[in-house]
Ligand binder design. Structure first.
Ligand code: FEO
Length: 395
């Protein structure tokens, strides 16, 4: 993509001044095939406020966008909703470039954990901080900025900023999507792509924190909102109700009566079992999605795991273990902590056959209710496959 330059006025006097990162293809284990953005917002009032910054390599891009609106030296406050470096990485550069002496530097507004986190990230700073808690607000002229701590959505320091006069929620990581685009609003892109990326984002980043998301949704539930401006991807102005409803369902660990089958295979035997489980589930009326780890990345599979009631995982035994790709998937799955799931383990083996028990143990440690395991030596014959199918139909 060719990046448009300049800022975008999203509300009168409030501008998107972020960075676009189409080259980003991986985000600590999460494939970001569509890239991402780091959204910073500039509020020009009697006081000038920058809300969040960008990854450090996009600092110049952010500054050049700010300069289309105002001299960056006029910034009075920088709100740091979240210390993770994709949002705080440019703080040292912007503070150093703005101040001629300490008294001139902008004040960083952040949560108690945000202050601790920023000091541990950037070390020995003499930055000026204003620490805020839920319910605190500051007046910046015609507007007030209200702060709501949203701990663990996605880090202990996370908070959101609400501008009541503009009905604008600056939600940081919450409601984000990893999409690099010149378009700034959800209704300017294909609705299916935005929903797909919002789902993948929740599944891979937010899923472990359902309880905290529910609390955060309660905290913002009483606010009048006509725009949600997250720190990744596009701004929600059309699909606000839809994305909030989805977050409510996901954070309540809502599942559909569908299955996800994930496997690796050496000589096709475990794949045959996977296909048989798929057929058994379909005959039982349970739609199943099947993924080979050879051609689907674990972060893409998680998009489907998010709402699947049945999780089926298979591996042959290789050197007394499950295959490494299956182990990686299960480790990733355990970290994301999907809840209220039914598990099925399966696999083929030549001798030993340890992989199936290892998968069972790992899925049990995820808290899954393990209902059935299919274990077949060498190549499964018709009778063995029929037996597996019947077992599946009767679970
Ligand atoms: Fe987009 Fe948790 O950082």
């Amino acid at each position: 993509m060719t990046k448009k330059t300049g800022s975008v006025e999203i509300k009168k006097g409030i501008y998107w001044v972020g960075g676009i990162d189409p080259e980003l293809k991986e985000f600590h284990g999460y494939l970001t095939q569509r890239g991402s953005t780091y959204n910073a917002y500039l509020i020009v009032d009697e006081k000038v406020v920058l809300v969040d910054t960008v990854k450090v390599h996009l600092y110049d891009e952010m500054i050049s966008r700010i300069k289309t609106v105002i001299d960056p030296a006029k910034i009075d406050y920088i709100v740091s909703n979240h210390t993770e470096m994709d949002h705080s990485g440019s703080l040292p550069d912007i503070i150093d470039s703005l101040r001629t002496n300490k008294a001139d530097s902008p004040t960083i507004i952040t949560s108690p954990n945000g202050k601790k986190g920023l000091k541990k990230h950037f070390h020995d700073t003499d930055w000026k901080f204003k620490v805020v808690n839920t319910g605190d607000s500051i007046n910046i002229g015609k507007r007030n900025l209200q702060f709501i701590l949203t701990q663990m959505v996605h880090w202990p320091d996370s908070m959101v900023t609400y501008v009541p006069e503009d009905k604008l929620l600056l939600s940081n990581d919450a409601f984000g999507q990893h999409i690099a685009s010149d378009e700034r609003y959800d209704d300017e892109l294909d609705e299916n792509i935005v929903k797909e990326e919002a789902t993948k984002y929740y599944a891979n980043i937010v899923m472990p924190y359902g309880m905290q998301v529910s609390k955060a949704l309660d905290a913002v539930g009483g606010l009048e909102i006509d725009m949600i401006a997250p720190s990744h991807g596009v701004i929600w102005r059309k699909g606000i109700k839809d994305i909030i409803d989805l977050y409510k369902r996901w954070s309540a660990d809502f599942t559909e009566g569908k299955a996800v089958i994930v496997y690796d295979t050496m000589w096709g035997s475990t794949e045959k079992i996977a296909r048989t489980i798929e057929a058994g589930l379909e005959q039982k009326g349970i739609p199943a999605e099947i993924f080979s780890l050879k051609d689907t990345h674990i972060s893409d599979i998680m998009t489907h795991v998010l709402t699947a009631k049945y999780i089926c995982v298979g591996s042959p035994t290789l050197n007394n273990n499950m295959m490494s790709g299956v182990a990686a998937f299960l480790t990733y799955l355990k970290g994301l902590s999907p809840k209220n799931r039914i598990g099925i383990a399966f696999g083929s083996y030549g001798w030993g056959g340890q992989s199936i028990g290892q998968i069972e143990d790992m899925m049990s440690s995820c808290g899954f209710n393990m209902t059935y395991s299919a274990k077949v030596q060498w190549v499964p014959d018709k009778m063995e496959l029929e037996k597996i199918k019947n077992k599946i139909k009767n679970i």
